[in-house]
Ligand binder design. Structure first.
Ligand SMILES: [Zn+2]
Length: 621
């Protein structure tokens, strides 16, 4: 007999465990535990949800290539047939020839293999998974093997497929906030270690080989043009590694795959690539568990500023330490540090691919949010925290920039409040800048979801980061531990404050906000120096395609310049519009007189909704 001390380190070994409730009740239909193995990354949450709509099953565990489900005897044939139909090369294995519902005192566990030698006396090995084994343990023996009761109680009894799936277990919300203690113990070492591993990107299947790159076109699955060399699997490899880290922390992990066609880089023709966003969900425990905060960071990298990249991107290193292993490391650290806290809302971590090719992963994700089969709808997402380029502090100021738009000001304020409350020595700089669209927060802005960017820099004009990013110099030398430690602390504290208490930060008027037609309107520069050849520019977002009218009035109420954009066309399309430019010349070719004018912007949607805004602008000659 062995007795494991219920220490923190045990938590790493135990991936997940199953309680006997649903099996122990004689009134429940007889259920079998079934393993579905699919030798690819195609078991997406969405696909499982679709299958669940057709035949009922309960998802008990999932890993990268397999899931464990419980299915009733009557539904079993249909389930097996559907799986065969939906996943080519899949296998289904029934793990219990004697259904568990007939053995009330037996529990299922998934344990890390490293625990097994000592547990053999009390366990019955059923099957293996990629990172663990499925074992049966008699209820009496679960205490013997030292799985602490409080730990067991914290785990969900089953994994829900999709947030819209009916919830079978009623959870009571008992907040359990030991936040201050968690924060006090945060050190930068685990964060740095994750960045180090990601920059080396060791091959999971070839020991000793390191890809040294996470460039998004270096993937396993590509449709090639004639004569082009096979790509390797650098980006897929990194995605798989990230997925496994989330999985070890007990999160529900899925791959959100999408295709991207790239015709050419430099002189070389290329093809169609399949990329993967890694989506890991940590369910909330409170009444607002159907509401989500998204913590996102891209994991792909690029070295396009290094000489020879255009020709040699298939082999060249792209370490991407600060851009953006640092952001992914924050996600993994938050997932690890909050894993034992009871939070009200759910948290979803997404590691995006294809960001450096221009936000392909986040654009894909935001596009599918609108589809019928999306497991999460836009109105379930309260806010998005995007971490990009947050590992390097050049000037010793320990500054972190929080970039927000009109709808996410409250989120930026939450960071500011938390930074003050916990007295972090961070120079937090809030920047209202809806034009800063160069990272994964911006596709969320486009569809009206509040999103903020946290970064060491928020201007391409700054000298602080511009030199080393997107080159081979973005390596471990650039990683500043003191900044990382504070960034992790800030991310943990803010995430927990937001997800634990939904009321003090989120504005009450959020629903009304979402229905706004016109937002993020900015006029720049203002004042505009027409005499120096400057032009007046206007940026705005539309919730729906609209007819847009722009009028510039002088003090006497005369319109001196106007512009109309057609519904759904440039200047009138859904999302961000930035077509308006005016050099100050009137119809007769003369420059308009200097002074303060009023710009009127009106949007009229097909539904009849209209919205008008007025902005003062100073014209200088
Ligand atoms: Zn980046």
């Amino acid at each position: 007999m062995i007795r494991l001390k219920p220490s923190i380190s045990n938590y790493f070994f135990i991936l997940f465990l199953f309680l006997p409730t649903v099996f122990g009740n004689a009134n429940e239909p007889i259920q079998h535990m079934v393993k579905v193995f699919v030798p690819s990354l195609s078991i997406t949450e969405q696909k499982l949800w679709q299958i669940q709509q057709r035949v009922p099953f309960k998802l008990r565990y999932r890993s990268i290539d397999s899931v464990l489900v419980s299915v009733t005897t009557t539904a079993l044939p249909q389930f097996t047939a559907l799986i065969r139909q939906e996943f080519a090369r899949s296998t289904t294995t029934i793990l219990d020839s004697q259904p568990l519902s007939k053995m009330s005192d037996v529990n299922y566990y998934v344990l890390d293999t490293s625990l097994l030698p000592d547990l053999s006396e009390h366990t019955n090995l059923v099957d293996t998974l990629d990172s663990g084994r499925v074992v049966l343990v008699r209820a009496n023996d679960s205490d013997v093997i030292g799985l602490p009761v409080h730990f067991r109680a914290k785990l969900p009894l089953e994994i829900l497929v999709g947030a819209r799936a009916p919830r079978l277990i009623k959870l009571t919300f008992q907040p359990n906030i030991e936040l201050e203690q968690i924060i006090a113990n945060i050190s930068p070492q685990p964060w740095r270690q994750i960045i180090q591993t990601m920059t080396l990107n060791p091959d999971v299947s070839t020991p000793g080989y390191q890809f040294l790159s996470r460039y998004a076109l270096r993937v396993r699955r590509a449709i090639q043009h004639d004569g082009q060399p096979e790509p390797d699997s650098a980006c897929d490899n990194s995605g798989e590694w990230i997925a496994k880290q989330f999985q070890k922390l007990g999160l529900v992990v899925g791959m959100d795959s999408f295709q991207h066609t790239r015709s050419q880089i430099g002189a070389g023709k290329i093809g169609t690539y399949t990329m993967n966003n890694i989506v890991a969900t940590r369910p909330g425990r409170g009444p607002n568990r159907d509401q989500f905060y998204l913590l996102v960071a891209h994991y792909d990298s690029i070295s396009s500023k290094t000489k020879g990249w255009q020709q040699q991107w298939r082999t060249m290193p792209a370490p991407g330490a600060s851009d953006n292993a640092s952001g992914v490391a924050i996600l993994l650290e938050v997932a690890r540090l909050v894993r034992n806290l009871d939070l009200d809302c759910s948290i979803r971590f997404i590691a995006f691919s294809g960001e450096e090719l221009f936000l392909y992963g986040s654009k894909h994700y935001c596009h599918q949010i609108k589809s019928e089969t999306a497991d999460l709808s836009a109105d379930q997402i309260i806010g998005v925290l995007n971490f990009d380029l947050i590992g390097h502090d050049q000037d010793g100021n320990l500054d972190i920039h929080v970039v927000y738009d009109e709808r996410s000001q409250w989120l930026a304020n939450a960071f500011k409040t938390v930074n003050q409350k916990y007295e972090f020595p961070l120079d937090l700089r809030l920047q209202y800048n809806p034009s800063f669209i160069y990272s994964d927060h911006s596709p969320f802005w486009e569809i009206g979801i509040p999103a903020v960017l946290l970064s060491e820099e928020s201007s391409f004009e700054s000298t602080e980061s511009i030199e080393y990013i997107h080159s081979q110099a973005d390596n471990m030398d650039k990683i500043t531990d003191s900044l990382g430690e504070l960034a992790v602390k800030l991310a943990v504290a803010t995430t927990v404050e937001l997800a634990a208490n939904n009321n003090s930060y989120v504005p009450k008027a959020r629903e009304k906000e979402i229905s706004k037609l016109l937002w993020n309107v900015i006029l720049f520069p203002n004042p505009v120096n027409l005499g120096q050849g400057e032009s007046l520019s206007l940026d705005y977002f539309l919730s729906e395609p609209s007819k847009v009218e722009i009028n510039l009035y002088n003090n006497n109420g005369w319109s001196i310049h106007n512009q109309t954009y057609r519904i759904g066309k440039i200047g009138g399309k859904k999302g961000r519009n930035s077509a308006f430019r005016w050099n100050g010349k009137m119809e007769n070719g003369q420059l308009v007189a200097g002074g303060v004018y009023t710009l009127q912007l009106t949007a009229l949607a097909r539904s009849g909704t209209s919205e008008t805004t007025y902005l003062p602008v100073a014209l200088v000659r």
